[in-house]
Design a protein. Sequence first.
Lengths: 287, 262, 363
Amino acid sequence: MTATALERAERRKAWAFALPALLWTGFFFLVPFAYMAAISLWTRQGREIVATWTLDNYIAFFEKAHLFKGLVVSLEITAIVTVISIVLAYPLAWIIAERVPKTWQRFALIMAILPFWTSYVVRSYSWLLVLSKGGVVNQALLWLGVIAEPLELSANRTGTVIGFVHFFVMLLTLTIYANLIQLSPNYRRAAADLGANAFQTFWHVVLPLTLPGVMVGAFLTFVLCIGDYITPQILGGNNELVLPQVIMLQLGRRADFPMAAAMSLVLMAIVTLAYIACARWLKMERT
Amino acid sequence: MRHLTTALAATYAGLLYLFIFLPVIVLVLFSFQDGTLPVPPLNGLTLRWYEAIFADGKLMAALGNSLIVAILSSAVACILGFLAAYAFARYTLPASGLLRGLIVAPMTVSTLIIGLGLLSVLNLTGMRLSLLTVGIGHVVINLPLCFAIIYASMGGHQVNIERAARDLGAKDWQVTLLVTAPMLAPSILAAFFLSVTFSWDEFIVAFLLSRFDVTLPVEIWSMLRSGLDPRTNAIGSVVFLVSVAFLIIMELAVFRKTGKSS
Amino acid sequence: MTADVSIRNATKVFGAFRALDDVSLDIAAGEFIVLLGPSGCGKTTLLSILGGFIEPTSGTIAIGGRDMTHVSPAKRPTTTMFQDYALFPHMCLRDNVGFGLRMRGMGKAERYEKAFSYLDLVGLKASSAKKPHELSGGQRQRVALARALAVDPDVLLLDEPLGALDLKLRRQMQDELKAIQKRVGTTFVHVTHDQEEAMAIADRIVVMNKGRIEDVGTPASIYMRPRSLFSAGFMGEVNLLPAKVRGTAANETEVETALGRVALPASAFVSGMPATGHDVTLCIRPEHFRSANTATPTISLGRGRITDSAFFGTHHRCHVAADGLALTAHLPQTEAPEVGAELDLRLKADSIVVLQAGAGVGP
């Protein structure tokens, strides 16, 4: 079947519209990405990158404890943060969707995510003000006589987790609320009509129906959390480095670009695996 | 029973709102601290830290740089995103699923990787790091977002509206300029504003791809090296207020409009 | 303005699907034509080809004697009124209606004046500053009509414009559409799948099925003298009675059915006179079984028994069993048919239409 003149003209127009974005993504994303993948298979000699193909960087990453530990710490912190954030955010989203009058819901939601709009760097810094030894929490607890010595709330894992949870509680409240509000009220009416009490309705009907949305939020949390450098750098101290910090360290102090590239790709592989797992789970839910 | 659950709900929500707002409140409150440490006790209120930051040439330059990069990179991302969304929504391209996947791919990759990749290629080409390279990186990050938002708002019913315009004699550019773009204005604006806020706040790419002229997050980052400092509180509060003002404008301009026409 | 339309051997192939299969049709200037058929019959494809939104794979389109086959929609003397109205959501009614004139470079004052006059035509002048989302479905439909007519097209193409309206409003809009067409004199080509709508507004109906034209004619001729089984069935309920041609004498032809032998006038054979021994199908509208007590010459198909009956307002719809055949009869509303009662299956000879078996029906 030969295309008519009209169809050929349409196709030319389509390419003209799509090409700028495709070229931009190609030049400034795909090419750099491919180049970085190549670098990860090269080696560093002194400050020079030498194009000899080898898997040494990857092997070194899995063999050297101080490098590999970054991945373990990252995974642990991400898992803790994701679970705590969901557990805290779901009830808040539910309260906003179910207990706050309709006209105030949008306001309640905007308030719940307002600190989202502080600068990322500033947000972590302000947690430092709250959690440091002389910070608001320790001062308040000391003044109340609850503790005699300041608690170690920052410059360790606790600080990183609190900083992360703060951010992701806001994000998850938003996504879970969006899910709850989309549910047809008829599900709840039907469940109540068939004799379920409020808890049974929630447990057997509302929660399962919102689980896919929670899962998407959890995936988002996972991806953003495991790739973040700022929060652990400001709140986590120097004793326990997460993977992005280890990567930046290779780059900065050691100028080992091939090693940094290899570790970045490992990070990306983990995100991809999480994505595949999440997508399969969602697919299973739907069928 | 009903009262009890309501009270529980109110308490829970109150505690969580406190958790969410605590750092912001502390940040703003101690930006007025009459002393050099932004931690309790509060010695008194002063505006001198605000005077200090507005007198700080480097900081103000970084603020200006951030605005320029955010607005220009978002404009480019929106235009490219709009054109691509138009192509994929209105025409059939070969392997369109794959090509769409390519455009949104940067959204799934951490900004650290995008930044490192661009840095390595820029090193290779010998291009000097500047605000331009930061802007290029921000377009890479924001293009998928703009594309996705605008693409999602292009429904099948708009095809007939564009057909009608063409049928009534409009040329291609007239259809795009007089019909498609104004019709999609709410989503284009939403994409632009969201993109501006992301670019305004972005750190990693800006940190990796800049050298002498830096954006505000990078400048604040270097201020942090000196530890707790009320000047950081002051600039942080200013950034927060600007963002909230922006949010209110967005809420009024974009969402009111879409709410009305639906 | 107005113009005639001539479609010659138009064919449109999408991949392996023949949406339009060698269609030829002549439309007179000022005519109100309705393309009628089920979804997928090719009626919308034909309309899109007339409007220039798709090009035919082969064949030609001429409007007002000029070849339009490869002319873009903007340069054709046609405008389309879309099924979903396709009003510009960000423009007020005045700007919507004036859009085509603006594209033609008409100045603001003149354009507004003309837009107002067309809004007046459809009774919406007072709402000219409103946006489309402030209007009801019927009002939007009127604006779409005004916008399409404002550029003074030779031919107006209407793509199921009444489909989204409820029944009552649809009837009202049908009357309005017809009245406006008479006033402006433009050739209207209207697509629908609703045969009642077609009969309500058309000068001529074009029945389409599977990419082909099944039948063309006035509403009365298509209903009373359908030229294909599909056309007969699509226009309304019909009893199809298989029969075999037994012989021709004088101006009558005798056919044998399961309900006995019947002599039919030559005029009943609308799709040509079949040879003796051929299979044919008798098409009988249910409301034609009403001639039992009239004095005009009638044909008898014996007697049947009413097995079921329901009142439809304008008539009683009865299922009738006759010699193992199930027939449907519409009896006058004044009668009171009872289940189990016998019915004299008698009808006027000229109300029967005979089609050659397989005529017009695809495989």
